[in-house]
Design a protein around this ligand. Sequence first.
Ligand SMILES: Nc1ncnc2c1ncn2[C@@H]1O[C@H](COP(=O)(O)OP(=O)(O)OP(=O)(O)O)[C@@H](O)[C@H]1O
Length: 251
Amino acid sequence: MSLVLHDVVLTYPDGDRTLTALDRVSFTVAAGEFAAVAGPSGSGKSSLLAVAALLIAPASGTVAVAGRDAAGLGPAERTRLRRDRVGVVFQQPNLLPSLTALDQLTVMAHLAGRPARAAAGRARELLAAVGLAGLEHKRPHQLSGGERQRIAIARALMNDPRVLLADEPTSALDHERGAAVVALLGRLTRERGVAAVMVTHDLAQLDAADRVWTMRDGRLSEAPAAGQRGPAAGHRGGHGGPPCVDAHTHT
Ligand SMILES: Nc1ncnc2c1ncn2[C@@H]1O[C@H](COP(=O)(O)OP(=O)(O)OP(=O)(O)O)[C@@H](O)[C@H]1O
């Protein structure tokens, strides 16, 4: 498994009390698998991604990325594991305004100390893979929102991560562009053997995922497979509530 969370508890101080943001969460994602996590605001989805991205250490439980348990690592090793093995896509593409599409990607390789020539070749290949061949020299203001998010996805893959985390990647896009971005994430996940997790409010995008999980009050449950989720389960163009939030196969 490329991403394994086992019995993870994450708490935040909350005045005199402690807020449990992740409540004994266990979650595994295999190479080439595209998992989606849905759930109401404040349920713990971003906290889950922050723990999986090794940005926050849990109070208890274990997190392993690409077979390495993060618990025993010092800060520098943890940062290296994140940089080399984890790619993250945010709600907003967060591109650098003055850089071309190509340079948005090559700067990642530069920061990781990788050779420039190979980086340029990989950046071109990735831009083509996300449908942006021919736009390598465009700057962010010359591109559409969907195109900018495609650059962010290509950038997240630049260092060949084993885990790809996407936090509401379609929230700044209309439905059609959002669906195209999610389909792209699914395709790249399978083609490149990455373990991908997408957090989303957009229930219409869930059918693109191999597995769907729901988060509620810090607890994670797996929803049934797409064909068994029923008409209110977020089919494209559907308008149901959260998919099977009552399916308590708590792990
Ligand atoms: N840094 C923090 N300090 C204290 N409490 C926090 C912090 N970050 C999140 N929380 C709390 O933890 C709980 C889970 O928050 P989280 O952001 O993970 O949920 P979410 O499902 O991603 O919500 P949203 O969809 O609104 O982003 C919420 O009650 C939130 O208020």
